[in-house]
Design a protein around this ligand. Structure first.
Ligand code: EPU
Length: 431
């Protein structure tokens, strides 16, 4: 049954919370375990539905997976399969990340077209073009990619746009390719750099990750890995935005503040205090919020994955703000639901921007989450609303946020599972 949460808003957040490992780093690093037959020991792996889906895929491919708390050991020691089960691929976009490692390890890969959040077209043509450039054959058959390569060869790849999973896929494939690969116009997100660090701990030769030009010198084999997954700047940013919206004073432990520079600038302009502190960051908001315009961009610009949550904050700011989305054409899908809480948000006809009129007194209502980050935005809206909000579709949140209800409750928020709904009418026995 779909999971729901009941939130009673109007309570400022206070206390401290520890940021979990990054989903978007953990998923490619787990896929990279296919590149070696030696054990890959990971720590700080977040407990998320998407991580469970990756485990299911790896197990289906023959990888031995051991988990204890946030530690995980992945050993692709024996024969490795080459087909990602369609039922898992359909659950998340990140299933495409198995293309590079499978091609490099087995010379073959069959992957159903990936599912995941419906936030835009989400093409993968750059992944495919890059693999072909490295000597692979990629065909599309019955909704699947069927890929093969005798041996991948290093190539000079220029991406049309700095695609995140595309950069990661090609970087992983290049580690075992013959010769050197360069990826220009590469994605610079922190999780790309974290994947490179994990690959280098296996003996790969990757340099430049975190910049827009990555160089990979192919090696014949990779060894065991020891890696701590980087803390999730998107989770940290989400909680900083929750404090900005609901007010309060929160310490975010293990918060990678340098990765959140564009968010920090926006929040400070809006009147939120956010400072680095030993072991993390402190976020405080007591006074009025000012409206601040925004456009999303690739890193180090403002992350599209924080845009919906930022909009929720702007509903509380005194005045009008304009928010534009550069990456995904369907990323304002949460607007009708936020408006159902009483927000005044108008979508521009070209659908790439919105105008938010604040401040609005949000009121509890029944709303449904359409995707991970939209879910975080609706939850933040509910934290500001008077009365009680019933949030449906919480399984989306579980894909990307570890124990969000528990973490918010520890900050004083009232977030709980609602009692099972009572049947609308009871029928007398024998009636
Ligand atoms: N694009 C293409 N062709 C390609 C690849 C991308 O046209 O071959 C376009 C997309 O259609 C999109 C833009 O380029 O308009 C950016 O897409 P990108 O490939 O960078 O996104 P992604 O790799 O599919 C990752 C994250 C997303 C995050 C985006 C942008 C993972 C597993 N997913 O997706 O995270 O929004 O980068 O930063 O890393 C989330 O965590 O909630 C999430 C959706």
């Amino acid at each position: 049954m779909a999971r729901r949460l009941q939130i009673t808003g109007g309570i400022p957040l206070r206390g401290d919370l520890t940021i979990s490992g990054a989903k978007n780093a953990a998923l490619p690093i787990m896929a990279a375990s296919l590149l070696t037959d030696a054990p890959c020991h990971l720590t700080n792996v977040p407990r998320l539905a998407d991580v469970d889906t990756s485990v299911a895929i790896l197990e289906a491919l023959g990888v031995d997976v051991r988990r204890e708390g946030d530690a995980m050991t992945l050993t692709a020691g024996g024969e490795v399969g080459h087909e990602v089960p369609a039922e898992h691929a359909r659950l998340m976009r990140a299933s495409i990340l198995f293309m590079g490692p499978l091609l490099a390890r087995t010379g073959r890969a069959v992957l159903a077209k990936p599912g995941g959040d419906d936030i835009g077209m989400r093409r993968v043509d750059q992944h495919v073009a890059g693999m072909i450039h490295m000597g692979a054959t990629v065909e599309e058959a019955e909704g699947s990619f069927v890929c093969s390569a005798e041996r991948l060869v290093g190539a000079d790849i220029l991406l049309d746009m700095p695609t995140v999973t595309g950069t990661e896929n090609l970087m992983m494939a290049a580690c075992l390719a013959e010769g050197e690969t360069t990826i220009s116009n590469a994605a610079r997100e922190p999780h790309v750099a974290d994947l490179a660090a994990a690959l280098n701990s296996m003996g790969a030769r990757v340099s430049g990750a975190g910049t827009d030009r990555i160089e990979i010198e192919g090696v014949d084999r990779l060894g065991p890995a020891e890696h701590r997954v980087c803390p999730d700047y998107l989770e940290a940013g989400t909680y900083a935005l929750a404090v900005a919206a609901a007010g309060g004073d929160v310490q975010l432990l293990d918060c990678p503040l340098p990765d959140l520079r564009s968010l920090v600038l926006k929040l400070r302009h809006a009147g939120v205090e956010i400072e680095a502190e030993a072991g993390g960051a402190r976020v405080r908001r007591e006074g009025e919020l000012r409206p601040v315009d925004l456009i999303t961009w690739t890193h180090p610009g403002f992350a599209t994955d924080l845009q919906p949550q930022y909009t929720a904050v702007m509903t509380q700011a005194a005045g009008e703000s304009v928010i534009q989305e550069f990456l995904f054409e369907n990323r304002f899908n949460y607007v009708p639901e936020l408006n159902a809480l009483g927000a005044r948000i108008e979508l521009f006809p070209h659908r790439r921007g919105i105008r938010v009129q604040g401040p609005t007194s949000l009121r509890g209502n029944i709303v449904t989450i359409p995707d991970i980050r939209a879910g975080a935005a609706l939850l933040i809206g509910a934290l500001c609303a008077t009365g009680s909000t019933l949030l449906g579709g919480v399984e989306h949140l579980d894909r990307g946020y570890e124990d969000m209800a528990g973490k918010l409750s520890r900050l004083g928020a009232q977030v709980k599972e609602p009692p099972a709904s009572v049947p609308r009418q009871s029928v007398e026995p024998g009636a």
